[in-house]
Structures are given as structure tokens and as C-alpha cells.
Design a protein around this ligand. Sequence first.
Ligand code: NAP
Length: 277
Amino acid sequence: MEPTVFRPGLFDGQVALVTGGATGIGYGIAELLGGLGAHVVIASRRQEKLDVAAESLSKNGARVSTVSVDVRDVDRVKAMVEEVQRDRGRIDILVNNAAGNFYAPSESLSPNAWKSVIEIDLNGTFFCCQAVFPVMKAQGGGRIVSISMTLHYRGWPLMAHATAAKAGIDALTRTLSLEWARHGIRVNAVAPGPIPTEGVRKAFAPPGGSGVPDVFAVERALEDYARKSIPLGRWGAPKDIANMVAFLASPAAEWVTGSIFVVDGGEWLARGQPTGR
Ligand code: NAP
């Protein structure tokens, strides 16, 4: 693990369940929580991806296990939580990070495409929160952090499904925080700006694909976007989001609930304005 400002062993003895924890931002979150002593359970659909991620997380010293789950399936979500509770005895931290996304014009978005994103992002987040509630209540508390976005603050063409789902996650975060505070459960969210994970890099890849690939084209497009659109001048990294999740999961945030933290280098505030770079 890279050097961190958090103290070693901050999450010793705790269990963190991270959905979508095998890739991208979720992997970064699992790496930091695991590096700080938590036993991390990473959960998503594809077991082969989970195995690769678990091997690499354990090589870095983290204690990690995997559960294969489709968060759209409420019974599988309940079974996942039962499995983690049986094997690990507790769940201290839930990170709702799993999501699906793609660009599509609203006028031709099929009912299935709409449903799929709403079901993964919004329903999946709710099912996971609801499933861990009795475990956290019985333990006397817990921390839930959901991964949102900023694109719904002003709207974002071709993303009706994802922006609607993430707006729902923000609402859910506030409402659950009020309902569950008396059980010692804190519920917060993090809204990342652009983080060039594999999916985002594909979106920046030049169209076509035939002929010799220009391996630097994506890098140039990414740099250009950061210079023009991100006041702090760089793209985000999974560790930027992981740091906020670790803060929210730590005792330093013991009086923080129902909050949604934007971590985006100033991108959404500056949208449409020159960054001066
Ligand atoms: P990513 O690498 O594609 O991660 C998505 C993860 O979710 C994958 O590991 C995927 O694994 C899992 N997943 C998808 N559908 C699932 C399902 N039905 N059940 C269980 N797991 C499922 O994307 P990312 O960029 O790291 O994004 C992580 C989070 O950050 C998402 O919530 C995203 O909306 C949010 N975000 C990202 C950005 C960005 O710029 N990257 C910006 C704002 C917000 P399987 O396919 O194996 O299931």
C-alpha cells in the first residue's frame, strides 16, 4: 500500500464489505481499508475478477475474502450478508460501490437498459443497506458509505438512467441516516469526479479501432480534459475516493451522518467555466 495519512491499524478487528471491490475505485477502497487493518470482503458478479483482486490485495498484506453476488438479486444480497456474518462474525463497514453505466440517448433507451442501471445502482444500494441493518443494529452500530456521482447536480446528457439512480442514492443516504442514527449507524456518501478507471478510459479511446492504435491518444485526451475542466489540474485516482471513505468510516467522522462529500478537484463547480490553466 502507498504511504497514507491514516494511522496503521486504524481498522484492526473490523470487517468491511465493499461491493464492486475487485476493480477501479472499489479496489482502491478495499486496498486502503485492508491496509489499515480491516478484513475486507470484496463482492461482485465475476468470481475470476474477485480472485485476481483478492490475490493482489493479499500480496500487499491485506486480509481479504470474496463473495460472488449480483446486487440486483435481493435474495443473493441477503445470503451474502449472512455468509459474511457467519464467517467473520460482524460487518462494521459497508461500501456500496457496485454500479453499471453507459452512455445512451434517452429517446432510445430501452426499458431493460433503464432498469438495469436503476437496479444495480439504486436497488442494489438499498438491498445491501437493508441487509446489513440487523447486523449493524445488533452490534450497536456501523458505517455505510455509498458511492454517488456529481453528474446529476446539473444534469448530464446521455446519462438519464445513472443520474436518476445516483440522485436516488443521495436521497436514500439522507433518509437512512435519519432512521438509523439511533442505532449508531452512520450513513454517508462520496461523490467522485472523473477517475480514469478502465471504463472511463474506454470512453476516451479514439473511435474506429482499425489500423495501428495510437497508444498515447487516450493519454493526450485525458490530459487535455484535466487541463481544461478540472481546477486542481489532474484526474482523480481511486485513492482520492478511498481516503474520503476511510475518513467517513473512522472515528474522526463520529459526528458525521447524512452527508454527501464531493471529491472531484473542483470539477463540477467549474463546469462550463475556464479553469485558468
Ligand atoms: P468499475 O471498475 O466498472 O466498477 C464497477 C464494479 O461494480 C465492478 O467491479 C463490477 O464487477 C461491479 N458490478 C457491476 N454490476 C454489478 C452487479 N449487478 N452486482 C454486483 N457487482 C456489480 O467502475 P468504477 O469507475 O471503479 O466505479 C465505481 C463507482 O464509482 C461506481 O459507483 C461509479 O458510479 C462511481 N463513479 C465513478 C466515476 C469515475 O469517473 N470512474 C465517477 C463518479 C462516480 P462485476 O462486473 O464483476 O460484477
